[in-house]
Design a protein. Structure first.
Length: 272
């Protein structure tokens, strides 16, 4: 079980399909607890009981929550039994609804995993976008900004990575670049059409709180320069100068959930 005050919540998303539905639900829930740190671990395409048990045991060892989207009845029943046996907190996202629909319709479910992901061009676009966001996260490869639909820039802890993943699930290819005074912004950034770039900013007190919590989660003292207000102000001033130089749209993420910021970005790109 997760103990109160835990620095990080670990959540296993177990599915007999890709696990997209479960992960989206988890992300929607954990957004309500920002800036609590979460580690979402997918266990997709699970098709046998021994594999289920392996993940349940891993969850027990790490004190994790398990959320599962299993449509095959014997796997769903096995997960319920395993979670009870090993005293792991497990949430059945689909089972109760499927059973209710069977009672209401008088029909059995098709018991086919992944029917909501018909392998069409739309689905593959989302998969490509997620892979793109991972590959070009945090300036791992600055050339990604030239291929991206959206480029996010901002200082550390302005939600660039979670925004990239959220937007990827909406089929946008997103690259993000951290802005740090001691590191020159990649030259590729200045060759991207300005309308593709979104700057993310944040209030000093809010960022100070977020960074202190991050340091605590890492077991570090919260008085490190990373969380000092003068350091934060220096970073934000540097980032603001870069954004003004580029001339991009800037969004203040202070007190905004990832979903809310993503909605503003999508409205901008869709001309809303």
């Amino acid at each position: 079980m997760i103990m109160a005050g835990s620095a990080e919540v670990i959540i296993y998303v177990v599915s007999d399909a890709a696990g997209d539905t479960g992960e989206l639900v988890v992300r929607a829930a954990v957004a309500q607890f920002h800036p609590v740190q979460t580690d979402i671990r997918r266990a997709p395409f699970v098709m046998d009981v021994p594999t289920l048990e392996r993940f349940v045991l891993q969850a027990k060892l790490s004190g994790a929550i398990v959320l599962y989207t299993l449509v095959i009845p014997h796997l769903r029943d096995a997960m319920k039994s395993l979670a009870k046996e090993h005293e792991v907190e497990a949430i059945d996202l689909l089972g109760s609804l499927i059973e209710s629909l069977e009672r209401q319709t008088g029909r059995h479910s098709r018991q086919e995993p992944g029917l909501n992901h018909v392998l069409d061009a739309d689905y593959f676009r989302k998969v490509d976008a997620v892979e793109f966001a991972v590959r070009y996260d945090d300036a791992k490869d600055p050339s990604g900004v030239l291929k991206a639909d959206i480029v996010l820039i901002g200082v550390s802890r302005t939600s660039k990575t979670p925004l990239s993943m959220y937007l990827a699930h909406q089929k946008f290819k997103v690259a993000n670049i951290p802005l740090v005074p001691e590191i020159k912004a990649p030259k590729e950034l200045f060759n991207v059409p300005v309308e593709r770039i979104i700057g993310l900013t944040i209030g000093v007190p809010y960022l100070n709180t977020i960074r202190k919590e991050r340091l605590k989660a890492l077991g570090l003292p919260d008085n490190a320069s990373y969380a000092a207000e003068d350091r934060i102000l220096k970073e934000l001033e540097y980032a603001e100068a870069i954004m003004k130089q580029i001339g991009c749209v800037v969004i203040d993420v202070s007190h905004r959930a990832v979903e809310e910021t993503a909605s503003l970005i999508m409205e901008h790109f869709r001309g809303g």
